[in-house]
Design a protein around this ligand. Structure first.
Ligand code: PLP
Length: 443
């Protein structure tokens, strides 16, 4: 008997009782390797003593002070630390309590920037198909995750989507990576011209796509090309690194290897590492300067923004990531993980592609490797794998609709940065067993 309106009430859930390092333990004492960090959240694993101590220490001093009256020490320190890890022009931090809130704030910042900049007609947001930016109405409206949008479609503000950068599915036969990138860049430009570029506020993209299509990384030159198109037309670039940011790809900011700097960057999951709900927008000097010189304040706010406990936890998480040089560790373990995935799945008849960066990797599943035909959506292969893996003690993040919102399946892995090679080896072995069990259960 439960009084919680669970996500899927008919689906019984185990009770998570405690966490330790990379493992979660349920009420029956069963142990699970947190191979997806929940949803790419638990970067430091569970029960980290320095983070817990920081939360306790802050709790003893101050639990809350409203941000219209006060700033707080942990919020100031965290903002300084984030600024120190970011390009100089991106050193303005606005705190939120999660990823969707961060996206909402970024959309509003973009809008207010244009109004204060004398271009109030810029109201339109362009994003990409096969993307996810959150479940609140603004964030959902710019997302290209069809199943999550469908029910609420009549309530969503009008937005438009261009193609994802998804070579495995959408690069044409004989097309080089460079030609494919040029085609996508030209598509965005044409799209803006059709909309009337003077009406467009921002282009929004996940630097590396997470849950919707499974660790889809941008091809070289893609984001740079998209940035140039945005610049030509006065359109802001919002990069969503809620899932792929803060070291997950082996770089503190995933965009840092793409030769671009966004106007607005959103962060969340790895920021607090699950120890507290927290998100942030990092905004450029140009955006913040224009708003500040204009009406003087950002027309937004929530009761819990910049919460001292959340900031204290995130500060401790970030210090650990930086002081322990965990980005380098993620790159090294990421290579190891890729090697394991290659070993197990490179010749697997139902794995079409292995992709991703750092400790953010996925396998895309296919019925037939040669044609890349997916399994029928009705078989819900992803759901079978999730269940089979969990019953074998592995938490991973499988999803369906990989290709177009309906068809395709993938499994996303996003283990804690502290995962050992042995743990990664074992996790991949368990995933292989869960995959084969799920495949043999198909009707
Ligand atoms: N943006 C991306 C890329 C995400 O993956 C998510 C969540 O999965 C969100 C935004 C929304 O974040 P939250 O669930 O914290 O609201």
């Amino acid at each position: 008997m439960t009084h919680i309106f669970h996500r899927t009430p008919a689906q019984p859930l185990q009770v998570a009782l405690r966490g330790e390092g990379c493992y979660l333990f349920d009420a029956h004492g069963r142990r699970y390797f947190d191979g997806s960090g929940g949803a790419a959240v638990s970067c430091l694993g569970h029960g980290h003593p320095a983070v817990i101590a920081a939360i306790r220490e802050q709790m003893d001093k101050l639990e809350y002070a409203h941000t219209s009256f006060f700033t707080s020490e942990p919020a100031e320190r965290l903002a300084s630390l984030l600024a120190s890890q970011s390009p100089a022009e991106l050193g303005n931090v606005y705190f939120l309590s999660g990823g969707s809130e961060a996206m909402e704030a970024a959309l509003k910042m973009a809008r207010q920037f244009h109004v204060e900049n004398g271009e109030p007609q810029r109201v339109h947001f362009v994003s990409r198909r096969q993307s996810y930016h959150g479940n609140t109405l603004g964030a959902l409206a710019i997302g290209g995750n069809l199943p999550r949008r469908k029910l609420y479609e009549p309530m969503l503000m009008p937005t438009t989507q261009v193609s994802p950068c998804y070579p495995y599915r959408y690069r044409q036969a004989g097309e080089s990576d460079a030609d494919y990138v040029s085609r996508l860049v030209a598509e965005l430009e044409q799209h803006l011209l059709e909309l009337g570029p003077e009406t467009v506020a921002a282009f929004v993209a996940e630097t590396v796509v997470g849950a919707t299509s499974g660790a889809l990384e941008p091809l070289p030159g893609y984001l740079k090309g998209m940035r140039e198109v945005c610049d030509r037309h006065g359109v802001l670039l919002i990069l969503d690194e809620v899932m792929c940011g803060i070291g997950r790809t082996g770089h503190y900011h995933a965009f840092s290897v793409e030769g671009v700097v966004p106007d607005l960057l959103t962060l969340a999951k790895g920021l607090g590492g699950g120890y507290q709900p927290i998100g942030a927008v990092l905004a450029s000097d140009r955006v913040v300067g224009t708003i500040t010189r204009g009406s003087g304040s950002f027309q937004h706010g929530h009761t819990y923004i910049g919460h001292p406990l959340a900031c204290a936890a995130a500060l401790a998480v970030q210090r650990e990531i930086i002081e322990q040089n965990l980005c380098a560790q993620v790159r090294q373990r990421g290579e190891f993980l890729r090697g394991q995935l290659q070993e197990r799945f490179a010749h697997h008849p139902h794995v079409g592609e292995i992709r991703g960066r750092g400790l953010f990797q996925a396998i895309e599943l296919v019925r037939d490797r040669d044609s890349a035909e997916p399994f029928p959506a009705s078989q819900r292969l992803h759901a079978r794998i999730k269940q089979a893996a969990q019953s074998r003690g592995l938490i991973c993040y499988p999803s369906g609709g990989t290709i177009d919102g309906v068809n395709g399946d993938h499994v996303l892995l996003a283990p804690p940065f502290i995962s050992s090679e042995e743990q990664l080896h074992d996790a991949v072995a368990v995933l292989a067993g869960a995959l084969d069990e799920s495949l043999s259960s198909l009707t």
